[in-house]
Ligand binder design. Sequence first.
Ligand code: ZN
Ligand code: ZN
Length: 151
Amino acid sequence: MKNGGYSPSSKALGMGTGFNVHCLHCGYEEDFMEGKGMVVHEYSLKRYLEEEPFHVHRMTHRKIEQLARRYGHLRIDAEYRLLLCPHCHIPFSRLHITVFDRERIYHQTRFRCTHCERPLKEIATGNIENYRCPECLEKSLVVGLDVINWD
Ligand SMILES: [Zn+2]
Ligand SMILES: [Zn+2]
């Protein structure tokens, strides 16, 4: 194939994916979402504020409003990312926001561990096995068999 390496994925169809994670010890369960979808993707900042297609933390929203007032041309992009606390080994799935133009990034979400407050690191898709449960802190998280399509 000419364009070797590229294969159409759910992302090409504008659909987000995810998977269910649960704890064998305490029964904690959560859907971890990844990537972008029909609603969670790039917009002009103006359109984002008019339609609010997806919700962000209210502090982030305030920041977006301030930036929109100062710079009319900015764009916003969003995607779900898998993150890990390197200290606690607790995984998280969070909506990551970037406000940018061609020159630079004006704002992006920085996540901290809910347990120890340290900065989180991005991790690879589906790489959750044997991480620590955010509820009971046992190393008993497993990934369910179901793949979730959201949007
Ligand atoms: Zn647990
Ligand atoms: Zn931590």
